[in-house]
Ligand binder design. Sequence first.
Ligand code: PA5
Length: 449
Amino acid sequence: MINLRLNIDKTSGFVSKDEIKLFRSEIELHYQNIYNKTGKGNEFLGWATLPEEISSSIIDNIEKDAAILSKISEVVVVIGIGGSYLGSKAVIDALSNNFPQLSKTSERINPIVLFAGQNIDEDYMHDLLSVLDKKDYSIIVISKSGTTTEPAIAFRILKKHIEKKYGKSNARERIIAVTDKSRGALKKLSDAEGYTTYVIPDDVGGRYSVLTPVGLLPIAVAGFDIRKLVEGAKNMQHYLREEKDLEKNPAALYAVVRNILYRKGKTIEIMANFTPVMANLTEWWKQLYGESEGKENKGIFPAGVNFTCDLHSMGQYIQQGLRNIFETVISIEQPRSKIEIPNDPENIDGLNFLSGKRYSFVNKMAEQGTLLAHVDGGVPNICIILPQINEQNLGELIYFFEIGCALSGYILDVNPFDQPGVEDYKKNMFALLGKPGYEELARELKSRL
Ligand code: PA5
């Protein structure tokens, strides 16, 4: 059995049971294409069977290396962009204290994980280097292609810093690379320097790679149980593969319902959470779905909101703006901690009707009230329910979203595993930076600026 539940009751005014049933044979075909690795982009379907294929020796090695880095580091900098950082950031944030940087070192046995190479901001890098001047640190540099500009430049800067701080040979012990088994500049550099390296399987694309060392190594460094994460994903893998009934198969149902809504003009999906630690899970999901589906002038636009905060900003638009939105809520049943609202004999704020109630009860009522208001306002609601945030449930959620994304991309009839559009900005950037070979494009672009 799985812990994750999908509730589509609040799409009923927009999507009928009969419309869902029409997708039965199509979903069966897409599932076959995923598991037999015969669908569009089939050279990148390795992630589909990854949870049950991850060898215990890889997990052992990851845990061993994570323990070594943890012992010598107050901070571990993960360098990567897109699929090479969003998954680990999402899981680490979801499992962490809300204020990890401020929690006392004595309460923390694992290093703080910081990220670099996901932007090219000079001030960000400057501030990071200032932190690293004062902290013992290590680096995990991640790039599947090994040639992505942002992480490559960040690594050049940080490599210099760490070598200056510890000396070249000690620095080497503090750097782990995760990259392709044979191609790319990062692989070449790692071989030349003798870094410990982990391989990203050929058939797993960046945004589907959180359950490879790309995600598992940083998550283990942060002190979380990667075995339970993988176990959760494996559990979901088995459940989805065995459950042939579309209506009982949550990933299939999610893919079908969102596509029915899309065909009815609901072209924007807003992922909402009521739990701040889940904010970066939305960022990971946005990349997974946006990069997988947004092509050939098609695709649902994935957006995100953090409630109740954003009810005081985006809430207005969601309630009454253009009716091209549907909402998917990640609903967490049990918080990790317990706080009751105190009684106040003065009751000047008039809140004594809440005395003794859990803080989370207020959050739950806000969630349910919002759901009904948005549905009444013409925004269909899909609800993904997790009993609580832990490694096992996040593993289930990740795999659920990955399969949902592949099925959804196939329903949309696109290749959910490529990203041809990402190249365009890179070409322009290289030309403007004066990279050899781009001279003609540089002239043309400069004349337009
Ligand atoms: O999903 C993808 O493939 C991309 O988002 C990549 O993860 C991203 O561009 C980083 O690529 P790389 O790991 O090759 O540096």
